[in-house]
Design a protein around this ligand. Structure first.
Ligand code: NDP
Length: 307
């Protein structure tokens, strides 16, 4: 059994930033890196919108730098997956998949949210080579090109509109005969000349070659199948917050995102904080996650000092 002042769960920008601040506050944090060390950013190609990298940086490199900085300042990074928690009383208990038990005075949950994918083999093959789940991250690389966005909710409409400002043409692939997005977003999509909505269409395969995506095979609800040439394919069919293991103790909203006290990283359990996409269905940006990681570490420090 290991006892720590501050246990951070999750290794995206929120987790590593929390670790940097917690280290500097002499909390000797332990950070559990999880299934995908570095988080969602490691699935993107180049990051151009994180301040401080004037020439852009690869997602994996940026997260490597966050990690190095946290370690240099005193964070212990542990490879493992949290399988069980007990937040019924302080100190809190956190168990990893290898059976290691941590007892922690404070916990920062920064397990992020995972973009949902369609589950096609070809989609997996071209991830980062034309298949992306983040228009804000990758849209810039498709300037004046032809792309498609799949989904009919607010995210899909927002991403399609954003891409339309950069790309020559944007197809919005919607499986039903209506959009689920808010009326305002629907109106924006419908009034954008270079967006074409393909209702009642399903993606059956992503087509590509050694260079990346070249198109998509679509099946209409009436059974017709055809290929549409494309340069990029964007998923916007929702995100799934990684909160299952905490739900017995931590309040979540209808979609599973952790509820925090507005404007703070505090959860319903004093001493347990949440930062990053795991509590943010709206912005989902690395810089926002990093900022909330900082807030969580500051609050954890205050919590420890108040005891
Ligand atoms: P939603 O769950 O609202 O929408 C997901 C969309 O993806 C739906 O159109 C759904 O289709 C479609 N979809 C799901 N699975 C598949 C699949 N396997 N194949 C094809 N299509 C699929 O997710 P969003 O990310 O859009 O939004 C999440 C929440 O965040 C919402 O509450 C939204 O309002 C909010 N949000 C708000 C924004 C804002 O206010 N600016 C911006 C972005 C999000 P179907 O309709 O057929 O189920």
């Amino acid at each position: 059994m290991d006892t720590v002042k501050c246990l951070i769960i999750g290794s995206g920008p929120a987790g590593y930033t929390a670790a940097i601040y917690a280290s500097r506050a002499a909390m000797n944090p332990v950070l559990i890196e999880g299934l995908q060390p570095g988080g969602q950013l490691t699935t993107t190609t180049e990051i151009e919108n994180f301040p401080g990298y004037p020439n852009g940086i690869a997602g994996t490199d940026m997260m490597g730098e966050f990690r190095q900085q946290a370690i240099r300042l005193g964070t212990t990074c542990i490879s493992g997956i949290v399988t069980k928690v007990d937040f019924s009383e302080s100190p809190f208990k956190v168990t990893l998949d290898d059976g290691t038990l941590y007892v922690a005075d404070t916990v920062i949950i920064s397990t992020g949210a995972s973009a949902k994918y369609l589950g096609l083999e070809s989609e997996d093959k071209f991830k980062g080579m034309g298949v992306s789940a983040c228009a804000t991250c990758d849209g810039f690389f498709y300037r004046k090109k032809v792309v498609a966005v799949v989904g009919g909710g607010d995210t899909a409409c927002e991403e399609a509109t954003y891409l339309a400002s950069l790309c020559r043409k944007v197809y919005l692939i919607v499986r039903k005969n209506f959009l689920r997005a808010s009326q305002a977003m629907q109106d924006r999509v419908m009034s954008t000349d270079n967006i074409e909505v393909l209702f009642e269409h399903n993606t059956v395969e992503i087509l590509g070659d050694g260079e990346g995506v070249t198109g998509v095979r679509l099946k209409k609800n009436d059974g017709e199948i055809y290929d549409l040439p494309l340069d990029g394919f964007f998923l916007a069919i929702g995100h799934h917050p990684n909160t299952e293991v905490f739900r017995e103790y931590i309040e979540v909203d209808a979609e599973g995102y952790i509820k925090t006290i507005p404007g703070s990283p505090k959860t319903n359990v004093p001493g347990v904080f949440a930062a990053g996409d795991v509590q943010d269905p709206h912005y989902r940006q690395a810089i926002v996650a990093a900022g909330s990681g900082c807030m969580a570490a500051l609050e954890a420090d205050r919590f420890l000092k108040s005891k």
